[in-house]
Write a protein that binds this ligand. Sequence first.
Ligand code: FAD
Length: 231
Amino acid sequence: MTVFNPRRDFDAEHRVSRRVVIIGGGFGGLACAMELGNAPDIDVTVVDRRNHNLFQPLLYQVATAALSPADIAEPIRKTLARFKNINMIMAEVVGIDPSSRMVSLSDGDSLSYDQLVIATGSDYNYFGHDEWREFAPGLKSIHEARQIRHRLLLAFERAERAKSEAEKQALLTSIVIGGGPTGVEMAGAISELGRFMISRDFRNLQPDNLKVILVEAGPRILAAFPEHLFA
Ligand SMILES: Cc1cc2nc3c(=O)[nH]c(=O)nc-3n(C[C@H](O)[C@H](O)[C@H](O)COP(=O)(O)OP(=O)(O)OC[C@H]3O[C@@H](n4cnc5c(N)ncnc54)[C@H](O)[C@@H]3O)c2cc1C
């Protein structure tokens, strides 16, 4: 297998100026851009619909109020500022025409390229049930993390004033679907947030009222980790 090396592979054919467009300023796009940083004869344009790179592994901490959004986001321009041959554009890519080597943007503009890198990440899979998205947002952006945080904190507030034990119990029950690393971290963080806040800040709630249910279709949670770690 040949491992792709941006600096070598983009530069190999001709020593003429090459325009490289990278769609996506996430982990993959930034790693590629930095490899090409200050390379002679290569002009790089990073296009992202957001102006910041997000450290997604800590999104669940924002969703559970342990971190604020600014702690896990950095402007892409700042990350790439030291590379004089890299330009950043905040825009959404809506089309690619390989025959004319053009990328079209949602605002009607277009960019030409010699080499194109598509590093647009992935999206949540609702397994054919996209209608679930409204009730159970994914956790891929600050907006979604804030949505989850808002729902959790609002549920505690409503539970404090619940008219019955059943209503209180319902408001303090969270269901996390998916026992992979994110689901397990999320379930643990909700539990920690709830227990910590409930005992400190709420008069009518007890830590034991809080219930977190983790749902996994497979035979065990954290299936990607070796089984002996659970012993
Ligand atoms: C909650 C959570 C926890 C995680 N925890 C871990 C962990 O502990 N360890 C680990 O190794 N990995 C973890 N990951 C996975 C890791 O974050 C991803 O593998 C990584 O971010 C993928 O990088 P990427 O560059 O492919 O995509 P992303 O980082 O998602 O970047 C894609 C970029 O493309 C942009 N984009 C998409 N479409 C367009 C478009 N049409 N026009 C313009 N821009 C566009 C987006 O705005 C985004 O900035 C976690 C992920 C999540 C969601």
